[in-house]
Design a protein around this ligand. Structure first.
Ligand code: SAM
Length: 200
């Protein structure tokens, strides 16, 4: 059993059943009702929300336990999401193209794989498609209210602007906010939002 299967084994939803606050804020950037890939979706809070808003959603995660809970949430909310058990490090990013790619708190990715994974997210976009990335900045290590303790797993504005220099960057902003997203993300947090559009 991988560590995330263990973490998700409890009955409650570690990150809650409501979408990330940032997704609610940034949803307007997404191609409406578009074909949408949500990576490392865990227990499904973000994919289920997007499906309820009319998006055609495929969501991936390597935790079978997490995705079982995601399927349950989708059933309860009466929406359909195509769930795929997949290790993000094994994904062929050019296998399929999407109108929207959404990556929320995927900060398990180590520095050695960071550029490949972040670039892959953009590779999976159709021309004019939207990439939305939400995560923590290194300052989050001081707050300790969620995310890994290793600052090298976290994002700075400069790093995202560099990796995504080929996109039309609509937003790249670090900020602090209070989160109340299950027991996993709770309290004052050092966050970063990124939105980029793939040039046609
Ligand atoms: C902090 S949780 C975030 C879950 C979800 N994005 C959310 O915001 O509720 C990180 C997620 O990454 C998943 N994950 C960790 N390593 C992974 C890997 N190698 N491939 C795919 N998913 C992975 C975990 O199973 C977990 O669901």
């Amino acid at each position: 059993m991988n560590p995330w299967d263990q973490r998700f084994a409890a009955d409650d939803y570690v990150f809650g059943t409501e979408p990330a606050k940032a997704l609610l804020k940034l949803e307007t950037f997404l191609v409406p009702e578009g074909k949408t890939l949500v990576v490392a979706d865990g227990e499904g809070r973000n994919s289920v929300y997007l499906a309820s808003r009319g998006f055609d959603v495929t969501a991936t995660d390597y935790s079978e336990v997490g995705l079982a809970k995601a399927r349950r949430l989708a059933e309860e909310r009466n929406v359909y999401v195509h769930y795929v058990v997949e290790d993000i490090f094994e994904r062929d990013w050019s296998s399929e193209q999407y109108d929207n790619v959404v990556a929320v708190f995927i900060q398990f990715v180590p520095p050695s794989h960071m550029t490949k994974v972040l670039s892959g997210l953009a590779t999976a976009l159709k021309p004019n498609g939207t990439l939305l990335v939400h995560g923590y900045t290194p300052k989050q290590v001081e707050f300790g209210t969620g995310g890994p303790p290793n600052p090298e797993h976290l994002y700075t504005e400069a790093m995202l602007r560099d990796v995504y220099q080929h996109l039309d960057i609509r937003l790249c902003e670090a900020y602090e906010d209070m989160l109340d997203e299950g027991s996993g993300h709770s309290g004052k947090s050092a966050l970063i939002d990124f939105v980029g559009i793939k040039k046609a």
